[in-house]
Design a protein around this ligand. Structure first.
Ligand code: UD1
Ligand code: CA
Length: 446
């Protein structure tokens, strides 16, 4: 959107969170609150997308990504003071300045678009996003005159008894005409209960000088939740998860029990997949179509192909190919790549290993730093002894190999195609293709 600048306020400590982590870095549905807001702002394609940082600024900068510019607020003297810090970056800018708070993670870009549209249609100096709530505790109240025009916002601590009863609240989201904003900001004082420069005093300043202040009231109160404490955080989490599940349901995914399914905001799931309860799909996980996941499964930052079945398992930073089966009780650690039609059964742990098409590791194994070919069978209880106490070593196993139950494969080790190891062997030397080795340590047999 041309002539639009967004400013996201993210400099506060968030005292009420009782946390060493800056408030805006707390996560909701697997993404920090400020990242949610910045991503929403980006969807409007603003000319400038500014983020005001202050408390633990370096950490917030490192952990917040996108086409954004950071501005430092050295001291947190209030939301009005925070917006003032952006002025230098916007000296050449003239248009609409949209201010967002970094603690409103559920906000959507559609609502912001409606707000900016209303602002333009009404030719207002400022337009505030408001909503009516049952319990306005903690929020600034919207005070209107008898004709219904907004005259000011009063912060909770500065309300009279009558003002405190008003249930139309300031969501914190507001857009301004840039020149009028900079001028009004220079008129702010700290004459209030918190001794801060309140952004919320701007509407009154504008109205008093004869400029018009408009308001867009949204009925979606959940969308404007401002997270100040852990209780709000839990509410926001629940609300966003519900919304995420709903969008997957709309896209043709079956979720048996949405209330007990935890899907992060960036996860993608193909059509006709079924998610059973107590499943966590986290980070940038991609799930194909006709996949069955769960119950009790965690998949984090992983790519799952089509028609895969995963039951009661944990998969982290891994890839699972089409029609593979995982679990129950399997643990795929970072760097695991299963090709298609692989079977990883119960109590199997795999780390940093590639398993090719059609290979089976059905029971009770540890496979680490290994490369395993196609259609190989790894017998129950097989272990790659990949660590000599100092270094990790690789195990390379070919195609159509039969590794007998309870084999210990002492790495570094290579086992050729179609080789066989006897049950209980401790294999310490490379095995040629087609060979059979047996015993402790394993020796070739004809
Ligand atoms: C603010 C509004 C209140 C509104 C509510 C909506 C003010 C004075 N009050 O109150 O009317 O109903 O949000 O959720 O604006 N921040 C800075 N620098 C500062 C102070 C705050 O960057 O000096 C940032 C915080 O990091 C936070 C945001 O501004 O992301 C809002 O601050 P917060 O302290 O949460 O304001 P509220 O008390 O919730
Ligand atoms: Ca807040």
């Amino acid at each position: 959107m041309a002539n639009l600048a967004t400013i996201t306020l993210a400099a506060g400590k968030g005292t009420r969170m009782k946390s060493s982590l800056p408030k805006v870095l707390h996560q909701v549905a697997g993404k920090s609150m400020v990242q949610h807001v910045v991503d929403t702002a980006s969807r409007l394609d603003p000319l400038h997308n500014l983020v005001i940082v202050g408390y633990k600024a370096e950490q917030v900068k490192v952990e917040t990504v996108g086409k954004i510019e950071f501005v430092k607020q050295e001291q947190q003297l209030g939301t009005g003071h925070a917006v003032m810090q952006a002025k230098d970056k916007l000296t050449d800018f003239s248009g609409v300045v949209l201010v967002l708070y970094g603690d409103t993670p559920l906000l959507t870009s559609e609502t912001l678009q409606q707000l900016v549209k209303k602002h333009k249609v009404e030719e207002a100096a400022a337009t505030i996003l408001t909503t009516k709530v049952d319990d306005p505790t903690g929020y600034g109240r919207i005070i209107r005159d008898q004709s219904g025009y907004v005259v000011k916002i009063v912060e909770e601590r500065d309300t009279t008894a009558q003002e405190a009863k008003v249930n139309e609240i300031n969501t914190g989201i507001c857009c301004f005409e840039s020149e009028l904003l900079w001028d009004a900001l220079s008129k702010l004082d700290t004459d209030n209960a918190q001794g801060e420069y309140y952004l919320t005093d701007i509407p009154e300043i504008l109205v008093n000088q004869g400029d018009s202040v408009a308001a867009l009231s949204t009925s979606d109160t959940q969308q404007t939740i401002g997270v100040n404490n852990r209780k709000h955080l839990a509410e926001a989490e629940q609300a966003l998860r519900q919304k995420i599940c709903n969008s997957h349901l709309e896209n043709g995914v079956t979720i048996i029990d949405p209330a007990n399914t935890y899907i992060d905001s960036e996860v993608r799931i193909g059509q006709d997949s079924i998610i059973y309860p107590f499943t966590f799909l986290e980070g940038k996980t991609l799930v194909g179509s006709e996949v069955i996941i769960g119950p009790q499964t965690r998949v984090s930052d992983s790519t799952i192909g089509n028609q895969v079945k995963i039951n009661s398992s944990t998969i982290i930073d891994s890839q699972v190919g089409d029609r593979s089966k995982v679990g129950p009780y399997a643990y795929l650690r970072p760097g695991t790549k299963l090709a298609s039609e692989v079977k990883v059964g119960d109590f199997v742990e795999i780390k940093k290993s590639e398993i090719d098409k059609g290979t089976k590791i059905p029971h009770l194994s540890y496979i680490g730093d290994a490369l395993i070919g196609q259609n190989t069978n790894i017998g129950a209880g097989t272990i790659t002894a990949n660590y000599d106490g100092q270094q990790k070593h690789r195990t390379v196993i070919g195609d159509d190999v039969f590794v007998g139950s309870d084999s210990t494969l002492v790495a570094p080790l290579r086992i050729g195609d179609k080789a066989i190891t006897g049950a209980g062997s401790v294999v310490t030397k490379d095995v040629e293709a087609d060979d059979l080795v047996l015993g402790v340590p394993a020796e070739p047999k004809d």
